[in-house]
Design a binder for this molecule. Structure first.
Ligand SMILES: [Zn+2]
Length: 348
């Protein structure tokens, strides 16, 4: 980051009045703001129907502006598009290109333009924003210092003026995941992907984009170091993820392994011992204490190895699924066989 600093443009303004206690939009106008998030447990059709019903109701009213926005990145150029519909008519279409920014920033910028356009119509009392990145819209109201404050401060200033204009003025944010292929959103999504801009001049980079590319570089180094078995240890147990790929290091969503067993200290120790093969089992004793017993107490196998415990030993097969090469099933095996890979087992 230090090397890149001179090439960055800053994107946070924590001293903006919108972030001061008592002046925050979320404190003063919370009942004017609502979110309609896609419930992943319900089926997609019911959410698409809800969107249809909302549009049908809103399109009859000349005082509701519907904004549909999307952003996509190609060749480091981000394209953001917004369509605005009022009274069942497409009114405005805005297209922006920006270089070296993330899609979240572009998405927020499109929403900022849409809200600004909508509130300039005197008869608009309700603004509906439809987007596939609801996490970006939540950033607008996030009170801590974050990377999108240039956009969120501008949006909050506009919203503050909009809500002050009339006590019934309101805004709704609707999530519309791309896979729903909902008609209004599909149109915008298709359009953002048709552009194929090329980068001609060297450009400054946004703070968020720099941070993202730096963390991508770090991840690449982690993965490279991880593949070199002398760094992770020869005994390291390669486990598979849900897509049947070997798990690689990552910091996303709590890391690759810890998110599955990090909630329990004992399970974490148990899993770490088994993955590193530093557990009190025959294979370990044979390596470090060859005078001690290394046979499995099921007496069917000459060496009590990790593979034997996980896949063959009759003492630990109370768990029904034989596939223990995936992290999920491996952890289930440890949970159903708490004595496997522990001292309590070696004392039996
Ligand atoms: Zn055995």
């Amino acid at each position: 980051m230090a090397n890149r600093f001179n090439e960055c443009f800053p994107s946070f303004i924590p001293l903006h009045s919108e972030f001061s206690p008592g002046l925050k939009v979320i404190d003063n106008f919370s009942d004017h703001i609502s979110f309609n998030v896609h419930n992943k447990e319900k089926d997609d059709k019911s959410h698409a129907h809800q969107l249809d019903d909302m549009v049908l109701e809103s399109s009859l009213s000349p005082s509701t502006a519907i904004i549909v926005s999307d952003a996509s990145i190609k060749n480091n150029v981000t394209t953001s598009i917004l369509h605005m519909h009022i009274n069942n008519k497409p009114l405005t279409k805005m297209i922006h290109h920006a270089v070296h920014i993330t899609s979240t920033e572009a998405e927020l910028f499109a929403i900022r333009c849409g809200i600004n356009q909508a509130m300039n119509f005197d008869n608009v009392f309700k603004i509906i924003v439809i987007t596939n990145s609801i996490h970006a819209t939540r950033k607008i109201f996030e009170l801590s210092v974050h990377l999108y404050q240039v956009q969120s401060a501008a949006i909050l200033s506009d919203l503050c003026n909009f809500f002050k204009c009339h006590e019934n003025n309101s805004i709704e944010f609707w999530e519309c995941p791309s896979h729903l292929k909902w008609h209004f959103y599909k149109e915008v999504d298709k359009e953002t992907k048709t552009f194929n801009p090329t980068l001609l001049y060297p450009c400054k980079t946004s703070w968020d984009f720099s941070k993202k590319s730096k963390s991508n570089d770090i991840l690449k180094v982690w993965k490279m170091m991880f593949q070199a078995s002398d760094l992770k240890g020869n005994q390291f147990l390669d486990l598979l993820n849900n897509n049947n790929d070997i798990i690689e290091p990552s910091y996303v969503k709590g890391g690759s392994w810890l998110k599955t067993f990090g909630h329990s200290n004992s399970l974490c120790v148990h899993a770490t011992r088994a993955i590193m093969n530093l557990a009190p089992i025959g294979e370990y004793r044979l390596r470090f204490f060859p005078r001690e017993e290394f046979k499995c107490s099921c007496s069917l196998y000459p060496i009590e190895s990790r593979h034997h415990i996980l896949h063959e030993c009759g003492r630990f097969n109370s768990y029904w699924n034989l596939r223990r090469d995936s992290l999920g099933h491996f952890v289930m095996f440890l949970e159903t066989n708490p004595s496997a890979f522990t001292f309590s087992d070696s004392l039996v």
